[in-house]
Design a protein around this ligand. Structure first.
Ligand code: HGY
Ligand code: MN
Ligand code: MN
Length: 418
């Protein structure tokens, strides 16, 4: 038997842990609803800490609510190798989005320990705070704060739909996690590897088990607020109305018509559409809606993004409109050297794989700005995701964890930048 670390990856343990995690925030339809910094999210962090304890892994949290499990290295002050993803989910999320990368990172570290490895530098398993952008908008708040792309002050002040800030949510969570030591925000990172489900149909369609992610498409997000005037549905005339709902729907239709392309490459989504007072016999006084705009070509994305405010203003009618851009991330390409490691590890294990870009956003975006970063994909059945029916076969989860293990094995014994 070779002393290949991936030989120590345990498929059953990996799947059992994912099944146990799926019970935290489980929905009746078989998915998960685990909002960022919710009790279920706190339980997930505590569960990770409990799994890490027998391995001598030390849990900690930073001021932005990111969670870490550290495997000590020979040189305690060296920049760590990091691997992980997120534990929060969409409201009707699946059992694998994000959590697979966190649990697979633990599986890889456990395999490396069982293989007798001793890393030169610390290895941090990480769960980034609020990747999904569902409870707090925009998404990826934790990794952006870690990478210095957003200040801690701005991060802590972001509010959810109930008006609670990230700081409020952290304070509410702290009593349950008070035993967990805190660590400073940010810091140098040797390299970051994130394993994640593909959230698309390509790997499954081509009968492959692993994707070597080439990059992430650009993504701009907005919050649009339309101010109208509440009025009686029976007594107010159309001429005098300031109907925020009619204006908002006109904006959405005009945006969709202007922005969508024949190639179906642009991704334009209005996922949230909140009407006030949302009463059958009251003309809407206010509508707040979200915009999620994506495109693999940065210039095209920027050009389309610049059209949003003028189109909204042109369709406001008698209402007022406020367009706020929440995030603007360009398309990115991961470094070849690190992708080579993934390709070589998958080839050595005879795991069928290919390069492919990520249409979905990931925390790796922000780590990419601070250190050599790469991602490993595993297939999504029928490409279904952000959906309670999300599924990845155990054999594919196992394959991805084996590749991750051998890539980390190479990174932890070479102090030179990968
Ligand atoms: O938005 C995204 O692409 C990620 O799944 N949150
Ligand atoms: Mn994700
Ligand atoms: Mn997601």
């Amino acid at each position: 038997m070779t002393n290949r670390a991936s030989d120590f990856v345990n498929a059953e343990r990996l799947n059992d842990r994912l099944a146990e995690m799926a019970r935290l925030g489980a929905t009746a339809a078989g998915g998960v609803d685990r909002p960022a910094l919710s009790p279920a999210d706190g339980d997930a962090q505590r569960l990770m800490a409990a799994w890490g304890a027998p391995l001598g892994l030390t849990p900690s949290r930073d001021p932005a609510g990111n969670f870490f499990l550290r495997w000590a290295g020979l040189h305690a002050d060296a920049a760590p190798v990091m691997s992980g993803s997120h534990l929060d989910s969409q409201p009707t999320g699946g059992k694998y989005d994000g959590v697979y990368g966190v649990v697979a990172a633990l599986e890889a570290v456990q395999a490396l320990i069982d293989a007798g490895r001793q890393p030169d530098m610390p290895v941090d398993i990480v769960a980034w705070m609020n990747e999904e952008g569902s409870r707090f908008a925009p998404g990826m708040l934790g990794s952006a704060a870690f990478a210095g792309a957003r200040s801690l002050e701005d991060t802590l002040a972001v509010t959810d739909a109930e008006g609670a800030t990230v700081a409020d949510a952290l304070a509410a969570l702290a009593p349950g996690l008070v035993t967990m030591p805190t660590r400073a925000l940010g810091g140098a990172v040797h390299a970051y590897i994130e394993a994640h489900i593909e959230q698309g149909p390509v790997l499954e369609r081509e009968g492959l088990q692993v994707g070597v992610v080439t990059g992430i498409q650009g993504k701009h997000t907005y919050r649009v607020t339309v101010h109208g005037e509440a009025a009686h549905a029976g007594t107010s005339t159309r001429a005098e109305r300031k109907d925020a709902l009619l204006a908002a729907t006109a904006m959405v239709q005009a945006l969709a018509a202007e922005i969508h392309d024949a190639q179906d490459c642009v991704k334009f989504t209005v996922g949230r559409f909140d009407v006030t007072p949302s009463a059958p016999s009251v003309v809407a006084s206010r509508v707040v809606f979200s915009i999620d705009l994506r495109h693999p070509d940065t210039e095209t994305l920027r050009t389309l993004s610049d059209r949003i405010e003028p189109i909204c203003t042109a369709h406001r009618g008698p209402c007022a409109v406020e367009v706020v851009r929440l995030s603007a991330a360009d398309s990115l390409t991961f470094p070849h050297a690190l992708r080579e490691h993934i390709d070589r590890a998958a080839t050595a294990l005879a795991i069928p794989h290919r390069d492919l870009p990520s249409a979905a956003g990931h925390d790796a975006r922000y780590l990419h700005a601070t250190c050599p970063t790469a991602m490993i994909f595993v297939p999504s059945r029928d490409g279904i995701t952000h959906n309670e029916a999300e599924y990845t076969a155990p054999a594919d989860l196992y394959a991805g964890a084996r590749v991750l293990t051998d890539v980390l094995d190479r990174l932890i014994t070479s102090a030179k930048t990968p």
